[in-house]
Ligand binder design. Structure first.
Ligand code: ATP
Ligand code: MG
Length: 385
């Protein structure tokens, strides 16, 4: 029987995880053992999805999970405030108890509580202005120290999950690392995950002996989802339309998406819609390519705006990376394209900061890759016009 609901999802955390069993196990173990883990991976590879699955599992086991995305807050002080509020709420169901908890474990932060009579929700705010009298990072470490005391007293362990952690260091500087490390090191009732997508920044943070996070915890590097795992998932979902699916069509989806899970789901979703809405009973390589053209044309305006924001040297460099995928010898490429090496190097750095490109360290030697692999098809189409 054909199903009516598109099984492919992108743009939010995945509800159904393909593969990632080992990664999930490691995150869960860090929660249970109050360990420290650094989860590092390129954007849209599925970090947040793993963290969300771990949260569900650990919450079921009685651990208090406090998961926050650092990018959602304009300052470290506001992140600290959110963490404080979350801890007070999750450790105390009743208002009276929440009040006592806030006063006892976070007194230095002068928290005040209010109860919304409409939904009974407890709101907690700090009496200390974030970013005002006290520096922001000490505010964060004060909150973490409070959570440690609270967890020890309560008996339920806490698991603090800070997603997009590179944002904290970008905002507060390397000093933040030292201060956070000093606090985290002394905690035995709180586990930590620091997750980040700024791969280079996160790697430098924990790999360099000069930096504070060195040896604080174990790194967990997220690679692509193995094709053996993705193929059956794709087949299942696409065949739910009632159509038959070529093996080569599935490989083509993974190739065009360069195995980036977000792009795989996006392209598969488009294929599913097309099968569902048309009378086609068969998914071929050709149909996959048409589906990609559909996705790319929907995103044309966004791609064009990003492209037009680049300088000439950056545009040229991006085109070179697209034309010569996987090339490691930068100097030689620059010479061949008649471009000064330093110009290309600077352009590459900007393209990385702007999230056009990422460094791929998984092969022999580092190579540059598109963060959004569909941009390749878009640019080729643009050039053809
Ligand atoms: N294990 C998985 N199985 C299937 N799809 C996945 C998996 N992990 C990620 N995805 C797909 O990739 C998308 C992005 O995942 P997620 O938001 O977890 O990545 P991320 O690494 O946190 O990205 P960002 O760096 O942008 O925060 C999901 O919406 C989903 O479509
Ligand atoms: Mg994420």
């Amino acid at each position: 029987m054909a199903r009516d609901i598109n099984p492919f999802r992108y743009g939010r955390e995945a509800d159904v995880l393909v593969d990632r069993t080992e990664e999930l196990r490691q995150v869960i173990r860090a929660g249970e053992d109050c360990g420290t883990l650094f989860l590092i991976g390129p954007r849209r590879f599925g970090k947040t999805s793993i963290l969300k699955a771990a949260e569900t599992e650990l919450t079921g086991r009685g651990i208090v999970v406090l998961r926050y995305d650092a990018e959602a807050y304009e300052s470290v002080g506001l992140l600290a405030g959110a963490l404080l509020a979350g801890a007070v709420r999750k450790y105390s169901s009743a208002f009276d108890r929440a009040h006592a908890v806030a006063r006892r474990f976070f007194s230095a932060l002068r928290p005040s509580l209010s109860l919304d009579p409409a939904d009974g929700k407890i709101t907690v705010s700090m009496g200390v202005e974030p970013g005002a009298r006290r520096a922001e990072v000490p505010l964060l470490t004060d909150v973490l120290n409070g959570i440690e005391r609270l967890a020890a007293d309560d008996g339920r362990k806490a698991f603090v999950v800070l997603d997009e952690f590179q944002q904290v260091v970008a905002q507060a500087g390397e000093r933040a690392e030292r201060q956070i490390r000093a606090a985290v090191q002394q905690h035995s009732n709180v586990g930590y995950v620091f997750a980040g997508s700024g791969t280079r920044m996160m790697t430098e943070m924990i790999a360099s002996s000069a930096r504070a996070f060195w040896h604080l915890g174990d790194p967990l590097y997220l690679g692509p989802i193995p094709r053996e795992a993705f193929v059956p998932f794709l087949r299942n979902g696409l065949e739910s339309t009632g159509a038959s699916v070529d093996d080569l069509a599935l490989s083509r989806i993974l190739e065009l998406s360069e195995d980036v899970p977000y792009n795989v789901q996006q392209l598969a979703s488009q294929c599913w819609t097309r099968l569902h809405e048309s009378a086609r009973r068969h998914l071929t390589v050709r149909a996959v390519e048409e589906a990609l053209a559909g996705v790319v044309s929907m995103q044309h305006v966004a791609y064009l705006a990003r492209w037009l924001s680049l300088s000439l040297a950056q545009k040229r460099t991006l085109k070179i990376v697209i034309a010569e995928p996987g090339h490691a010898k930068l100097a030689e490429v620059a010479r061949r394209h008649d471009m000064p090496r330093t110009t290309m190097q600077r352009a590459l750095q900007v393209l990385e900061t702007l999230h056009f490109l990422r460094r791929d360290f998984s092969r022999t030697g580092a190579t540059w890759r598109l963060e959004d692999p569909f941009m390749r098809a878009w640019l080729i189409e643009l050039q053809a016009q």
